[in-house]
Design a protein around this ligand. Structure first.
Ligand code: ADP
Ligand code: GLC
Length: 485
């Protein structure tokens, strides 16, 4: 089986969120099961390659008024996975991946349409797969193109497509005149194809044209088929229910493991938790706080986006500040939330501390040094930080939605089972109740240690998920081959 992954970010080459972690780890897990895996990514300014070689010097991508010419670089093999990079500096050699805090780049439809076409064209030269596995709206045009403009291309015949939704809140919605700009046919502009309230919607196209749709947890697969969570695409998804599945993301324990983590002050494991205290002091120092403070430390590492529940934190902040806690926040994104945390730090110095920016090392330090990890998301397709927290003995307090609900089991005082705290209602009261329950248990060191060890003992490695994806690849491949040409 040859699987070709196309995505807009991937650790260690480019990252804004969990998508990069997944694309950095799942292909390797599939390769380890004995399959051929190729990953295509855009070559961004932040992508650092060692001695890359151009394997295709020029691919012509037609736009309405002119042609654009990109090249393909060979990123070599990493853990058995072949990487190729689409190089087109006018589109990808920029400050950020998708936009600035002021908004998205206005030419994102062209940027990612070029990427999709380039992947199809490059695959014809560098190796056609059995399955294209595409991720999020940036790669959504691949299944659309394959079944429309490329329908007659003999070299792409019989290729199956799997599409993974990492976040249905981002759909790639653009004005209708984008269609002719991208040289896509007007007959895609119908309600059963890409049309969406008078605009075009890339993600809708992928949900229509892919052979199989997955998302990143079982619960989220159900949620996105409802009005509350579907962002307008619940109907499209419901029409495809037999071909929709939720597969929980795994964790790359080579990156996220307190026993081997190179970013943290001291290593530790279930055998010896001593190092965690050192990590805690180191974290407090990183935020210029009193390293000897005994107050429980709540950590947050997050994109600053409405999805993550910061409006609840804003509403709960005053009451939270009256508890004996320290809240250490690392995040970047929406300016409104940067301002919120800066205000809280001014108002409650010593209770709240914030670092605005993207900082992988500090993210690791927070996972290791905090006592509690807070994720009160409004919705959460999977969420990786709470799963990392489990391994680091940092007890998650989460809202019971999507992957947060699937990965965290509420702690039961009576049986001593469970791994964290979760609340249902999207209210500041519910959040506070959960945090207070966690703080009450934190005051009982023996119980708390038990809870930490429960989480640290959980295994969310990728092999299980990779096997589930393989079953789907086999199924769609077989179905495609059964279709008479
Ligand atoms: P999402 O993909 O919605 O952002 P996830 O929990 O799946 O949420 O994954 C987030 C990933 O991005 C984690 O690996 C987390 O450590 C990382 N991350 C998020 N914000 C930052 C930041 N400001 N600095 C460093 N890493 C971050
Ligand atoms: C998205 C989601 C997050 C998920 C990640 C990886 O960014 O918001 O919940 O963990 O993708 O699938």
């Amino acid at each position: 089986m040859h699987v070709l992954f196309a995505a807009s970010e991937c650790v260690p080459y480019s990252k804004t969120g969990g998508l990069a972690d997944v694309v950095g780890a799942l292909p390797r897990a599939v390769a380890q099961l004995g399959h051929q895996v190729t990953v295509y990514l855009p070559l961004y300014r932040q992508t650092l390659l060692h001695d890359p070689k151009a394997v295709i010097h020029s691919i012509t991508i037609p736009f309405d008024d002119h042609y654009r010419f990109c090249s393909v670089l060979d990123g070599g093999k990493r853990h058995g996975v072949q990487f190729y990079f689409i190089d087109y500096p006018p589109f990808y050699d920029r400050e950020a991946l998708y936009g600035t805090p002021l908004g998205d780049y206005h030419d994102n439809p062209e940027r990612f349409a070029l990427f999709c076409r380039a992947v199809l064209e490059a695959s014809k030269i560098l190796g056609v797969p059995d399955v294209f596995h595409c991720h999020d709206w940036q790669t959504a045009l691949i299944p659309v193109l394959l079944r429309t403009l490329y329908d007659e291309d003999p070299s792409l015949e019989g290729i199956a497509t799997v599409f993974t939704i990492h976040n249905i809140g981002y759909q790639g919605i653009f004005t209708a005149d984008t269609l002719p700009l991208l040289m896509l046919p007007w007959d895609l502009f119908t309600m059963t194809k890409l049309e969406f309230f008078g605009k075009i919607n890339f993600l809708k196209g992928a949900l229509t044209y892919s052979d199989f749709i997955t998302t990143v947890s079982r619960k989220y697969a159900q949620e996105i088929q409802t009005v509350e969570y579907g962002f307008g695409l619940e109907g499209v998804l419901r029409s495809r229910t037999p071909n929709v599945a939720g597969i929980l993301n795994g964790v790359d324990y080579e990156e996220w493991n307190p026993a081997t983590d190179r970013h943290i002050a001291a290593n530790y494991s279930t055998q010896s938790l001593a190092g965690k205290q050192e990590c805690r002091a180191d974290l407090l120092r990183s935020f210029s706080l009193d390293a000897n403070s005994g107050s429980p430390v709540i950590g947050i590492v997050s994109r600053f986006a409405a999805q993550k529940g910061f409006d609840l934190i804003a509403l709960a902040a005053d009451r939270l500040a009256h508890e004996d806690v320290i809240v250490c926040v690392l995040g970047a994104g929406d300016k409104a939330f940067e301002d919120l945390f800066r205000r809280l730090v001014r108002q409650y110095p010593g209770r709240f501390a914030v670092k605005v920016g993207y900082d992988n090392e500090l993210a690791h330090k927070i996972e290791a040094g905090a006592d509690i990890f807070l994720m009160p998301s409004r919705y959460e397709p999977c969420g990786l930080n709470q799963i990392y927290s489990l391994k680091y003995g940092t007890v998650p307090v989460v809202r019971a939605t999507g992957g947060l609900d699937d990965t965290i089991e509420p702690y039961d005082l009576r049986t001593g089972k469970g791994t964290g705290f979760k609340f249902q209602e999207y209210t500041p009261e519910a959040l506070l109740n959960s945090v207070q329950a966690a703080l009450a248990l934190f005051a009982k060191p023996k119980e708390w240690r038990k809870l930490m060890l429960n989480g640290m003992g959980k295994d969310f490695s990728w092999t299980v998920a990779a096997k589930e994806y393989l079953k789907i690849y086999e199924k769609v491949k077989a179905a495609r081959h059964a279709i008479p040409v």
